[in-house]
Design a protein around this ligand. Structure first.
Ligand code: ZN
Length: 420
């Protein structure tokens, strides 16, 4: 029996047992009760699969079920806080995580610069956004710092901005504006905390999001100060909005019938692509960015990536230490030894014939990011707002007004999407 058959064979329905167990939680609000019930049902399904897979599972199948199991637990804690967040005072007391001492955090920046106020026109967006349920995911957080943008002048460091601080700042602004426009907003985090990647995506799907937006800032190997880099480089200033794409190596959605998986994987991208296109138009206009780096910079990026890959190979021969992944959102599954199943191959082929690269809106890219994959049928995007390696963008992002413009652009892109 192939892994695909093993994982796809068992389709359980959400039965009375799952409902009863979920009702034991003191869920006072509707969306929370529904989300917890769905999580309970998924947990039961996963446990049944784990038992079925217990005989001779592949390393890869065990790995994926294990990640999903952890993700379900994380999502349960997350949705409780997302739907009924703690008051600010309690949150601060429970999570006393200070920013790294040597970094200038957004909070420090805000202390020194006057915020000129919210410039978002809530009324213009109120129609299409009213009543929408939107999950806003501030990328990274806690121990996962994301990229570090270091602004230097004449070789002297001027200031640093940390991606996890920027994402939270922009996410808070987006949430405020969306709420002003009448949307129901769930934030995956409202403070500097470490979150499970699978939990973020799973929370998006069980909360029945009309849209899931993960906010990030990009960086490049050319400006990455970590392994033997450190050269600042300007001219990388493009925006990219990522949507999910299945690879042949993806494991099937555990516990889903092939028919249901096909429907989810083939229907959802139409919505995500359209949302991503609107977001790109608005964000790139707000940041003054294009959809790709200039050719010369792209050639340098390719050469540097190849150089680092060679370095990593020679280092791993000596130490056998794994290289850190470039973006924590990407899948890090163990390498598959099995060939893709016929069903997975068919899904892959149908996906690319229905959504050819040439048909993607401008600025939209595809990747198998965990947060996008695990939202399943919810329209979901990962926004790489701009590059932290570019000193011009860094200087702009230091201004609260600019961060507010990015937030407004994201809200406008969402309004454009819902307006249709
Ligand atoms: Zn990121």
């Amino acid at each position: 029996m192939t892994n695909a058959q093993l994982l796809g064979i068992l389709v359980l329905t959400c039965g009375a047992a799952g409902m009863a167990a979920a009702n034991q939680h003191s869920a006072s609000t509707g969306p929370l009760r529904v989300a917890l019930t769905r999580l309970q049902a998924e947990r039961a399904r996963l446990e049944a699969l784990e038992q079925a897979a217990g005989k001779r599972p592949s390393r890869r199948a065990i790995w994926y079920l294990d990640r999903l199991s952890t993700g379900l637990d994380a999502a349960r804690d997350m949705v409780r806080r997302m739907v009924a967040p703690l008051p600010a005072g309690e949150r601060a007391a429970a999570e006393p995580l200070p920013p790294a001492a040597h970094l200038l955090s957004i909070a420090d920046v805000l202390r020194h610069e006057a915020d000129s106020g919210k410039s978002c026109s809530a009324t213009a967006m109120a129609g299409p956004l009213a009543g929408r349920r939107i999950v806003v995911d501030a990328g990274h957080g806690g121990k996962d710092q994301g990229a570090t943008g270091i602004c230097r002048r004449a070789g002297v460091e001027q200031f640093r901005l940390q991606e996890k601080d920027l994402t939270l700042d922009v996410a808070q602004r987006v949430a405020d504006k969306l709420r002003q426009a009448g949307a129901t907003v769930y934030m995956t985090r409202t403070s500097d905390e470490t979150l499970d990647l699978y939990g973020r995506g799973i929370a998006g799907r069980v909360l029945e999001a009309d849209a899931f937006v993960s906010i990030h800032f990009n960086y490049s190997v050319l400006s990455d100060p970590t392994p033997r880099g450190g050269r600042a480089v300007d001219g990388i200033d493009y925006t990219a909005i990522y949507v999910y794409s299945p690879s042949r190596r993806n494991l099937p959605m555990p516990g889903y019938s092939q028919q249901l998986e096909d429907r989810i994987r083939l229907d959802q991208p139409a919505l995500s692509n359209r949302l991503a296109g609107h977001l790109f138009d608005r964000v790139s206009a707000a940041m003054g960015t294009s959809d790709a780096p200039p050719d010369a910079v792209r050639a340098r990026m390719r050469a540097e990536t190849a150089r680092r890959a060679r370095l990593a190979r020679s280092r791993s021969k000596r130490t056998a230490a794994p290289e850190p992944s470039e973006e924590s959102g990407s899948s890090e599954a163990p390498r598959a030894v099995d060939a893709p199943s016929a069903a997975q191959q068919r899904l892959h082929d149908r996906f690319y014939s229905r959504y050819p690269q040439s048909a993607l809106p401008r600025g939209v890219r595809r990747s198998d990011f965990v947060v996008l994959r695990e939202t399943h049928d919810k329209p979901s995007v990962l926004v790489e707002t701009c590059f932290l390696g570019d000193s011009r963008q860094l200087t702009r992002l230091r201004e609260p007004d600019r961060r507010d413009s990015v937030a407004t652009a994201l809200c406008q892109g969402l309004a454009d999407y819902f307006r249709r």
